[in-house]
Design a protein around this ligand. Sequence first.
Ligand SMILES: CC(C)(COP(=O)(O)OP(=O)(O)OC[C@H]1O[C@@H](n2cnc3c(N)ncnc32)[C@H](O)[C@@H]1OP(=O)(O)O)[C@@H](O)C(=O)NCCC(=O)NCCS
Length: 148
Amino acid sequence: MVKIRRATSGDFDAIWELEKTTFGEETEESLKRALKSRTFVYFVMIDDDEIIGYAGLNELLGEAEILTIMIEKSHRQQGYGKMMLEKLLSHAKNNGAEKIFLEVDEHNSVANKLYSSFGFKELMRRENYYLYKDGSKADAIIMSKKLV
Ligand SMILES: CC(C)(COP(=O)(O)OP(=O)(O)OC[C@H]1O[C@@H](n2cnc3c(N)ncnc32)[C@H](O)[C@@H]1OP(=O)(O)O)[C@@H](O)C(=O)NCCC(=O)NCCS
């Protein structure tokens, strides 16, 4: 059975491997800084001693922001993304957050569907925020959800 626990600095290599194969946006340094940050909270999902997903949250003054959430490719579509999102929401709520935000690429239909199914609503768009290697652009959608 999978479990979710707080990430430690010892998880860096496994998280870095996931990050490289998924987004490829972070640098090693920025990821190390993020994992050490006092306001960021990271979780890892473990299956048979293997890290199969990770997620991060920024908590500040009654609000929380989802920094990232990802599940390793071969473990997707088994409900683990939902479990991870539930963990982030309950952690933020238990720590006093009244509202939670996130940013998602308009073309990331899987993530958009996941967030909508949890009641996240579009708040605003940052037009042409993402720039891809092929020169195409995509809007960032900022979504929010009340926790109280
Ligand atoms: C987004 C992500 C975390 C979902 O993880 P997952 O473990 O596959 O998700 P789940 O199995 O829990 O599915 C949750 C919901 O996501 C949606 N979903 C998942 N896979 C989907 C697919 N291939 N097509 C359409 N919707 C899909 C569905 O709404 C699903 O709920 P349902 O099964 O009740 O219909 C995963 O696809 C991932 O890591 N993607 C790359 C990183 C990323 O884009 N992160 C989000 C950045 S904002």
